[in-house]
Ligand binder design. Structure first.
Ligand code: FES
Length: 128
């Protein structure tokens, strides 16, 4: 099997683009009480991250789908106030400064957000 064939097999629909508010965020792939993944939309671009803060490996949001600062300019972990760049996932302020969120590979095509690989496990080291 080629790498392209393998990649095709793990593709799944995460959501439609219009289900994410432009400039906003949404949690997805709920498992128990938590969403495993969250996405941030900026126009036609979507940035998808594992919902796992590198500080203490907790979910980031303070309530359903709320992963951003009040002005929508950055991702915030509400447990202890870490701030992350939306595009790079880099933590630039807070207790895990210098660390990164774990990227979840996605692609937007024809108004649909596709998941391109398995979702990394919480903790970011293993895949499930
Ligand atoms: S768990 Fe995210 S800042 Fe502490």
């Amino acid at each position: 099997m080629s790498a392209a064939e393998a990649a095709t097999q793990v593709q799944q629909v995460l959501c439609r683009l219009d289900e994410i508010p432009d400039g906003g965020s949404r949690g997805l792939l709920r498992q128990g009480l938590d969403d495993r993944v969250f996405v941030v939309r900026q126009g036609g671009e979507v940035f998808a991250w594992l919902n796992d803060c590198p500080h203490q490996h907790r979910p980031l949001e303070y309530r359903q789908d709320r992963f951003l600062s009040g002005d929508g300019s950055r991702i915030v972990c509400y447990a202890h106030g870490a701030h992350f760049d939306i595009r790079s996932g880099h933590c630039f302020a807070g207790p895990c400064e210098g660390e990164h969120l774990v990227r979840v590979p996605t692609q937007v095509k024809d108004g649909v957000v596709w998941l391109l690989s398995d979702v990394p496990a919480a903790g970011g080291r293993e895949r499930i």
